[in-house]
Design a protein around this ligand. Sequence first.
Ligand SMILES: *Cc1c(COP(=O)(O)O)cnc(C)c1O
Length: 509
Amino acid sequence: MLEVKETTQSDDLLIFERSRPGRIGYSLPECDVPAVPKEELVPQGMLRSEGLAFPEVYEVDVIRHYTALSRRNFGVDNGFYPLGSCTMKYNPKVNEDVARYPGLSKIHPYQPEESVQGALELMYRLQQDLAGLTGMDEVTLQPAAGAHGEWTGLMMIRAYHESRGEKRTKVIVPDSSHGTNPASAAVAGFETVTIPSNSRGMVDLDALRAAVGEDTAALMLTNPNTLGLFEEQIVEIANIVHEAGGLLYYDGANSNAIMGITRPGDMGFDVVHLNLHKTMSTPHGGGGPGAGPVGVKQRLIPFLPEPKIVQVESGRYAIRGARTEGAAGGPTDGGTVGSASSIGRVKAFYGNFGILVRAYAYIRSLGPEGLRQVSENAVLNANYMMRRLAPYYDLPYPDQPCKHEFVMSGSGLAKYGIRTLDVAKRLLDFGYHPPTIYFPLNVEECIMIEPTETESKETLDGFIDVMIAIAQEAETDPDLLRNAPHTTPVTRLDETGAARKPVLNCACG
Ligand SMILES: *Cc1c(COP(=O)(O)O)cnc(C)c1O
């Protein structure tokens, strides 16, 4: 019997199962260099004795296979994606066009400096813009991700304390901190000390006072914090840490709430990283590439990674630094460049250039006013959603406005035998990517929602209405939630098993 199918669904065959011997889906140009037998290039013992087990398919099979897979993907371009702490916002396509300009996308890092002046100028100006936006004195564009930026910042903090002959071994983090913070501190050779939040979801000042001491290297914080709340006592916090001789690290992965409104540098922070792939127009979610530039205050400048992009004279830019490598390297220019105390290079070449181009295009197309509007709308959208959902889900900190995101708790549904996980799975049936759940760890049955500024009121209302309907279903038909999702190709997966024992190859002969 033939089965009737929706036309958008392909069959479930693997590409290997479509394979038929002899089918070819490519045509290579003729070889335009003298052919050399592979036996002359590769030692005998390292040559394959049989061909690779690639599927043999026609071009159209490959196209349909990957198109079908792509339709199963969920992304910002096909739906609302309120994943808290991730800023899954719409990225203007014009910035993609700019990043693809041949003059920017077809250059090579080993080209002579004189032939890539535009690229160097773009990076230099981006450094300046990011320094202005964060209130820092100098910025490195090298780190390739947020966590990489954290590590880079911590290595500078380490070098700073060592240069003063101080042995400081501890990094303090609040219990709401992003998991990468303690992880980066550990990789940079520090011990982490976790301090509890107070009943208002903020850093507990007494706990902080008790934790700081002669061994404090730094406090890592994000503000607004991971609960979406602004640390009102940030100046006091900064004073406590500085008086103990420590530095303040700002996790600026999600800067959507503060652009053009306040700056980490003005709050007293010494180091900050930004995730250009969250706030500044690079799509993300698939593991990269990204960019995590780091800004520092004056006293940390000597420790910045090198080589650096510098302006050598008006309108002329160069790559300089004591540890400059490769053909593009030049002599050192003195000053802080060529610093013996630099922590050195943290990334091949100059960072992920294409991401830097998108960020620069984003900043320049919006301008200072536009960036401020981004933040104001992100905060407005989050507060609107929080207030409309408050009657149906518990707010752990009900009296405070949120910033770009907010947390709720699904624990009120426990009386129907429903958990936050069930709510998240049920959302899939309505075509939404679920919010972040069970993070941060200090809110029970946590649901963390970040609507972003790029969604219309209709989209926000649509999602809110579904969240309310799900809360009502929990009461009237809890099994519907417990067995959700009902409309996806697969339902509840063994997520732990998938992470710990992934099956990555095809066992189909
Ligand atoms: C995403 C995020 C990070 C880590 O960024 P990666 O680019 O994934 O390494 C760090 N801190 C916070 C608060 C984040 O949201």
